[in-house]
Every structure is written in C-alpha cells, then in structure tokens.
Ligand binder design. Structure first.
Ligand code: CMC
Length: 418
C-alpha cells in the first residue's frame, strides 16, 4: 500500500500521498490540499517545493553528487563530449555512433544564423552586456523560424528544433562576442567540432586541442542542474505554451542574475577588487559575514549543495591543468585559493555549509582562455541550453502538464482598512 502523510488542521484531518523518487527523495503530494481543506502551502523561494517529476538530473546536495540520466558528472566529463552529454540530457540515452552523427550534422546545418539576427546583434551598442544581446537574439529567432511557433510541436519538429537551436546559439554567442570587440562576424566551419567551431567563430583561429577540450568540459559541467532558477523559468514560460524561443530567451535572462549564472562574472570582479585592494582577502570575508553589509562571497554557497559542489571539484582540478598547459600564471588564482582555504576554515561558512560552487573557478579558466569577463555568463548559457531544452521537452510531453500558476498569501489592505 502506498504511504501517506497525515496532516491535522483542527477541524480537518487529511492524508496526503507520499511520492518516492528513484534515488530516495520523498515528497508529500499536496496537489489536492486547497481543494479539500482551503489551505495552501507557503514556501519562500520554493526551497521545499518539488515543482515537477523529472527523469533528467539527480542532485544530492548533502553528498555532493550530480548525475544526468543516471551517469555521474565526473564520468561524463572524463568519457564523453559536450554533444554526447547534450544528447543524453535531451533524449535520455547516450547516442550510438549513427545517432551522434545525425545530431552533429543537424547542429552543423543549424549553425548559420539569419542575416536579420546578425543585424539585430549589430544594432546594439558595442558595450551592451552580451547577455542582453544573446537573449534578444534568441527571441528574435522566432521571427525567422515561424514553422516552430505551433502551440503543440510534432515529434519531428522537436527533433529538428533542438539541434537547430544548439547550432544557432553557438553562432549567436560567438557573434555577440565579436560585436563587443568591434569585429566582423565569422561563419561556422563545418569541419570543426562544436566547441572548436565556437572558439573559431570567436577568434578567427582554429583553437589548439587542449583549449577546445577544456572548454568542452566546462560546457559539460553546465549541461543541466535540475530545477534551478533559469530552468524553472524556462518551464514556467513554456507552461503557458509560449514557444521555445521565448522560453529560452527568458531562461537566459534568469541566468544573467549574479545569484545564478552571473556569479561567474561577479567572482572575477570580486577577485580583481581584492587584488586592487592589495590582495588581503580577510577584509572581504569579514564583509561577507557582516549582516549589515549586502556583500556576499561570490562563488560560495548553493541552495541545494550543502557539501562541495561536484562541478567545482572537477573545475578546480582542470584549472591547474589548463593554466599550466597554457603557461598562464594568474595571480587571481592564488587569491582564489587563499580565499577558499580561509573561508572553508571559518566558522561562519562551516556552520552554514557554504562551499565553493561551480562559478568559483570557471571564471579563472575562461580568463585563461582569453574570454572577457562580461562573456562568462554567455558561456554558461551555451553550456546550459541542452538542460533548458530537456526540461522544456519533458514538461510539454508530460500528460500532467499544466500552466504554472502559484498562489499567494495576500497581506495587503482590505476594504475594511479604509
Ligand atoms: N556569502 C556570505 N554569506 C552567505 C553566502 C555567501 N556567498 N551565501 C549564503 N550566505 C549565508 C546567508 O546570508 C544566510 O545566512 P543566515 O542564515 O545567517 O541568514 C545563509 O548563508 C543561507 O543563505 P541563503 O541566502 O538562505 O541561501 P539561498 O539558498 O537562498 O541562496 C545562493 C543560495 C547561491 C543564492 C547564495 O548562497 C549566494 O548568494 N551565493 C553567492 C552567489 C553565487 O555564487 N551564486 C552561484 C550559485 S551556483 C551556480 C548556479 O547554479 O546558479
């Protein structure tokens, strides 16, 4: 017999079904709560709310585990490419050789962006933030691919639009970078792999293998992260049956914030500020602990991980390797290491289980690869797109899909107030 939880509301006692996940998570299904009792639940920031049932990604925040479709992130980084991981995240299985080939070909064929989108990118001021331009270019694609605006896409349309958008976003991100540099755009080179082609379109040079490999691993690390702020945004927007272009554009906007993907830019800015201040990071740690000061240690803490972020562990080991291969000696890395050690030994951070997250080290690698700071979050978006599309696809294919429409507890004036 399935388990239930008993809820005693005075005159109302009800039994609520318990749902168990395959990795042991437990949830109380409250979907009938309001209808039967008149009560709703209150969960500020939705930290205790399961907004969907999902087969894509599993995270154990307590143990520091991240898996996509059952595969550990560490194994995916070691043994697969970004495109293989993307296929896995979107379709549920790793591709065989033929599936991978078809996926790659469709992405390559989708890598040429419309002239109109190029013009939209060019129409932005050169110093406009790349995330704003990327989001605008993504939603602008809706005007150029009207065949994908149907409310309910067919299986064929979904098979087409996902690799198409992976190709388009790669080229858009590179064009946004070129625009910021005041340079002409470069067309995709279909002889190159995804990450190498992206770097080629950014720099105009075929990248060395180590650099392309390092970036590929960074993209794998960002491929999905279950119901984070941007993936939830994609789901919320998509739940109104808005098209995928609009849903992804909204996801890009959510990612921009410094508490989410924008943290990678904020970390580098923080490390540079510490360097300019003479390198003493203790003062910044004291600021982060001061409740009167809004400053937070960027790249530290996570809603779900109360242990080391497994992505940060992989990045940290890559960081030393990449800097050595590129022969880069970055003093910001020493500051980052000192900051990390001091924070990890500090009672404030230990008590709150605040560990370095994925953004703490990614910026240092991006910097070593020559990518400017304001492009860091765009790199995150490029990596996260398969996750967003997988979350969207899973949602629209679920028979249980409903428009997302939370409730509230109204605390404002009443007519009796006047
Ligand atoms: N520096 C100083 N104190 C912190 C920090 C930090 N980075 N993060 C959390 N705290 C404190 C917070 O003040 C609170 O203290 P108290 O209990 O005394 O009030 C406690 O830790 C719990 O924090 P919270 O704000 O309730 O945690 P949250 O789950 O709402 O926020 C977070 C998670 C990631 C937004 C937050 O840790 C943060 O702002 N970190 C810095 C930004 C950052 O690195 N973001 C990237 C996240 S990883 C990439 C991604 O997936 O988006």
């Amino acid at each position: 017999m399935s388990k239930t939880a008993k809820l005693d509301l005075g005159e109302n006692q009800i039994e609520l079904p318990i749902i168990e996940g395959t990795e042991g998570e437990k949830a109380i299904d409250i979907s009938k709560l309001r209808g039967t009792t008149g009560f709703i639940t209150y969960d500020n920031g939705l930290g205790n709310t399961g907004a969907c049932l999902s087969d894509i990604t599993f995270i154990s925040g307590e143990k520091g585990i991240l898996k996509h479709r059952g595969y550990l992130i560490e194994d995916l980084c070691k043994n697969s490419s970004f495109l293989e991981t993307s296929f896995l995240v979107v379709n549920g299985e790793l591709p065989n050789a033929d599936q991978l080939n078809r996926f790659k070909t469709a992405i390559k064929e989708g890598s040429k962006i419309p002239e109109g989108v190029k013009n939209i990118i060019k129409s932005f001021p050169q110093d406009a933030h790349p995330m704003g331009i990327t989001s605008a270019a993504m939603v602008a694609l809706s005007g150029f691919y009207p065949q994908f605006l149907d409310q309910d896409l067919s299986a064929d349309q979904k098979t087409q639009i996902i690799p198409l958008l992976m190709g388009q976003l790669k080229t858009i991100c590179a064009a946004v970078y070129r625009h910021g540099q005041g340079k002409d755009f470069i067309d995709s080179d279909s002889s190159l792999d995804y990450t190498a082609d992206f770097l080629y379109m950014m720099t105009g040079e075929k990248p060395n293998e180590d650099i392309a490999k390092a970036l590929d691993v960074l993209l794998i690390l960002h491929a999905d992260h279950e119901q984070n702020c941007s993936a939830s945004t994609v789901r919320v927007v998509g739940s109104s049956k808005a098209n995928l272009f609009a849903s992804l554009s909204a996801g890009i906007d959510a990612l921009w914030g410094p508490l989410h993907g924008g943290a990678n830019q904020a970390v580098l800015e923080m490390l540079a500020a510490i360097q300019n201040d003479g390198g003493g990071y203790e003062k910044f740690i004291a600021k982060a602990k001061d409740k009167e000061d809004p400053f937070r240690l960027m790249g530290f803490g996570h809603r779900v991980y109360k242990n080391f972020d497994p992505r940060a562990k992989v990045i940290k080991s890559y960081c030393d390797e990449v800097l050595e291969k590129l022969n880069v000696n970055d003093p910001l890395l020493d500051i980052a290491k000192g900051l990390e050690t001091t924070a990890l030994n500090d009672e404030y951070f230990a008590a709150r289980k605040l560990f370095p997250n994925v953004d703490f080290y990614s910026g240092i690698i991006y910097k070593a690869l020559g990518i400017p700071t304001n492009m860091f979050t765009v790199m995150f978006a490029l990596g996260r797109q398969p996750g967003w599309m997988a979350q969207w696809k899973e949602m629209i294919e679920s028979p249980a899909m409903r428009i997302t429409r939370p409730r509230q507890v109204y605390q404002g004036k009443t007519s009796e107030t006047f």
